[in-house]
Design a protein around this ligand. Structure first.
Ligand code: HAM
Length: 451
């Protein structure tokens, strides 16, 4: 026997029972996006590698799955959507109506070490607004992330959006002596803080920034719960620091989130800096309240990205939310509903007492059954039947397994008098219906179609 070939490490097979909850999540994301005025778009899975090496940041570049095409060009499977979005907008920048509010839910590929919450292939909901520089666009993106999680039954007790601002963190870094061109290195180290032991971070920080404030001191200062507390803590470790002008944006954002009635889902957290290199302002990540899992989503403002991919300057803000951590959180909290399709129609064949088949082949269902099945399906009803002629008990067992709402019995009477028996499974009632009426006006007997 040939050896079986397993699925690639870090990828998932979605059997129907796994696909139903995935689709439930994707449907919720789409509903929420449309409700907030976003239009759906998509792009290619393959991009030129350069699109990511220019501005995504070292970590993502290290994780790229790349290949070389026959012309010798280096291509990469998309690890994130924001560079594709920027490229697409830049290509039609003059003609796109503003503001640009787009969403998508594609699969992404990252060569990460597979671990809880991180795989090599995942779905990622992206929601972005381009062309609005005010705080309201930041607030609206956070609102959509909150509503997306609420739509799946999560509450303020289950998750929180942790919000920071790179302008403020940049001000602090500059004040403690980190040169501007080395801020990206500092963000990279700070972004690792929730995933690595503090000793390892201190070592990396010390190597990158010798003689500058020790990592644990900076980290402790950034754990302040509000801007007032932050200023106090920072003055202790960096007396030269001025008035924290970068805090103004955060104060305005918190005001907008209060007006949008989602402040209970949000908290200031200056330890969030984000790993990607292109963020320029507000940054945020959603975490489960127990902090048992990796980030559920992450995003922020990227006002320079368009110019970096060859466009004219255009501001942008948005987030990406993966399905992997979300699944883990929903499963831990037992919030994934039972999703088996139900309420369809099952047509049972008892022509010839359940054993005599269509004219050509005794083992096949009757012609009457096939006619009803085809008509109901065309009318929009999820309709099933048994491919093989079987005893009625077996066919009824299949109908219950499929959670059918109605069962239609096709019998000799159907051939002779043109009628079928219709059973309402929930009510347990049964009645005689003319086959022609069922085909002509199914809604009268079955209710509105469900698919
Ligand atoms: P990111 O933080 O790299 O940001 O990813 C956002 C989310 O995607 C994460 O919070 C996580 O839910 C999911 N994710 C990332 N990597 C993996 C993985 N290996 N396995 C499973 N899930 C993963 C971005 O991608 C930005 N482009 C988001 C953005 C959009 N910023 C502005 N607009």
């Amino acid at each position: 026997m040939a050896q079986s070939i397993p699925a690639v490490k870090g990828t998932r097979d979605f059997y129907p029972e796994d696909h139903a909850p995935l689709q439930w999540i994707l449907d919720a994301w789409r509903r929420v996006s449309l409700r907030h005025g976003f239009d759906e778009f998509d792009g290619p899975t393959l991009e030129h590698t350069e699109l990511y090496t220019r501005k995504s940041g070292d970590e993502i570049v290290e994780q790229l799955f790349t290949l070389t095409d026959r012309g010798g060009r280096s291509l990469a499977m998309r690890p994130e959507m924001t560079p594709t979005l920027a490229r697409m907008v830049a290509a039609r920048q003059g003609s796109l109506p503003r503001p640009i509010k787009w969403f998508c839910m594609p699969r992404m590929y990252r060569g990460e070490r597979p671990q809880r919450g991180r795989l090599r292939e995942f779905h990622q909901w992206n929601v972005d607004i381009l062309g609005v520089s005010g705080v309201l666009a930041d607030a609206e993106c956070i609102l959509v992330a909150v509503e997306g999680l609420r739509e799946l039954g999560l509450t303020a007790d289950d998750f929180a959006i942790h919000i920071s601002d790179r302008r403020l963190v940049a001000e602090i870094l500059t004040a403690i002596g980190v040169e501007l061109e080395r801020h990206a290195i500092a963000y990279g180290i700070l972004d690792k803080a929730s995933k690595m032991p503090i000793e390892e971070l201190s070592r990396r920080w010390g190597e990158a920034f010798p003689g500058i404030l020790a990592f644990d001191k900076l980290w402790a200062a950034l754990s302040a719960a509000d801007v007032g507390e932050l200023s106090g803590r920072l003055r202790e470790v960096a007396p030269q620091l001025g008035g924290l002008t970068g805090a103004a944006g955060l104060t305005a954002l918190m005001g907008a989130l209060t007006s949008l009635n989602i402040i209970e889902y949000c908290k200031l957290d200056l330890q969030v800096v984000r790993g990607l290199a292109y963020y320029t302002g507000v940054v945020f990540e959603a975490y489960d309240r127990r902090r048992a899992l990796r980030a559920i989503c992450g995003g922020g403002r990227y006002d320079d990205l368009l110019a970096m991919v060859g466009g004219k300057p255009l501001t942008g803000v948005g987030f990406g939310m993966g399905d992997v951590v979300l699944f883990e959180l929903l499963s831990d909290l037992k919030r994934v509903p039972a999703l088996a399709a139900s309420g369809g129609v099952f047509v049972v064949d008892i022509v010839g007492g359940g054993t005599g088949g269509a004219a050509a082949d005794e083992s096949l269902p009757s012609n009457e059954l096939l006619r009803i099945v085809a008509a109901l399906r065309r009318a929009g009803y999820r309709t099933e039947f048994s491919y093989q002629r079987q005893a009625v008990g077996k066919q009824m067992a299949k109908a219950s397994e499929k959670k059918a709402g109605h069962v239609v019995f096709v019998s000799d009477k159907s051939r002779e008098q043109g009628s079928v028996e219709l059973k309402d499974m929930a009510a347990g009632t049964q009645r005689d219906v003319a086959m022609a009426d069922l085909i002509a006006r199914p809604a009268e007997f079955l209710g509105a179609p469900k698919c």
